[in-house]
Design a protein around this ligand. Structure first.
Ligand SMILES: Nc1ncnc2c1ncn2[C@@H]1O[C@H](COP(=O)(O)OP(=O)(O)OP(=O)(O)O)[C@@H](O)[C@H]1O
Ligand SMILES: [Mg+2]
Length: 281
């Protein structure tokens, strides 16, 4: 990329930076947190169709960052860039830089499996394997070449706030749990290898409000140890649980990214206000 292209395509990220500096009077701990993952001029294409358009974003460690925006704006695509899950889609092409702890995860010498140990993922539909609860959690360890011990299994299930409900039936199939329990089992599987980051793609959209609120409380606790990046269509949820919010709009553009309070109380862009107040999307 030439220098001109860089300066031209950087406009969105410059806007974001301006927004952040304007809001320094309400600086919180959030904005002081160190960056754990960052994208620079990230583009994603599926064949010739662009799904992410020049996104530059710095995500702080031990915070919850919410990604919001209308259907098809590229939230899942963006999330999958952060642990190279898009590598698994033949027609997907990723350009630009994604750093984790300062290292470009798209460098040739980065092993995607090792990367996914550091950057775990939980999906919209709970997807436990047709195995016992124990083996579901153990799988997360095994696939990463780690030893499966009772202690690690218990620790992960406690971490996912599921232990108390199921500790006396670890041999039962994961598929026999309720949807909310299955989702927490998937979270236990994701945190068992002790990742740095947990990516969550609409983790509560298939759950009833009580199960959803358990996951929300859990996220609150998880963020003490992990960095959580969550896609949600639920504005109240984003406002409740996240420290920072990124608003993507059609075409895979990051339109605004700031402290969650600022995005919901006083967004810079009219399109963002329209979206969060439900005028479109
Ligand atoms: N595997 C794929 N192959 C081809 N195109 C894809 C693929 N996955 C996503 N896309 C396209 O990329 C764009 C962004 O999709 P993505 O799933 O990232 O959106 P999203 O914001 O997560 O939407 P939703 O809120 O509905 O989950 C869409 O136009 C979609 O059709
Ligand atoms: Mg999606």
């Amino acid at each position: 990329m030439s220098q001109d292209e860089v300066s031209e395509t950087n406009t969105d990220s410059l806007i974001t930076t301006d927004v952040q500096s304007e809001s320094t009077d309400q600086t919180t701990e959030t904005s002081k947190a160190e960056t754990i993952v960052a994208t620079e001029n990230l583009d994603v294409y599926y064949d010739d169709d662009q799904a992410i358009d020049n996104v530059s974003m710095e995500i702080p460690t031990n915070n919850v960052t919410a990604l919001i925006g209308p259907s098809g704006c590229g939230k899942s695509t963006f999330l999958r860039c952060l642990n190279r899950m898009n590598d698994l889609i033949d027609i997907a092409r990723v350009d630009g830089v994604v750093t984790l702890d300062g290292t470009n995860i798209y460098n040739d010498d980065v092993d995607p499996i090792a990367l996914r140990r550091k950057v775990g993922m939980v999906f919209q539909e709970p997807n436990p394997f047709p195995k016992s609860i124990y083996d579901n959690v153990g799988y997360g360890l095994k696939v990463q070449g780690k030893k499966v011990t009772d202690e690690r299994i218990e620790e992960a299930l406690r971490g996912a706030a599921l232990w108390d409900e199921i500790h006396d039936r670890l041999d039962q199939s994961g598929l026999e749990l309720s949807g909310g329990q299955q989702q927490r089992l998937c979270i236990a599987r994701a945190i068992a290898p002790d990742p740095e980051i947990l990516l969550m793609d609409e983790p509560t959209s298939a759950l009833d409000p009580i199960a959803a609120s358990k996951i929300e409380n859990l996220i609150d606790e998880l963020v003490e140890e992990y960095t959580v990046i969550i896609v949600t269509h639920n504005m109240q949820q984003a406002a409740r649980i996240s420290d920072k919010t990124a608003v993507f709009l059609t075409g895979g553009k990051l339109v605004e990214y700031d402290n969650t309070s600022k995005i919901f109380e006083n967004p810079e862009h009219e399109r963002v206000e329209d979206y969060i107040t439900g005028k479109f999307g």
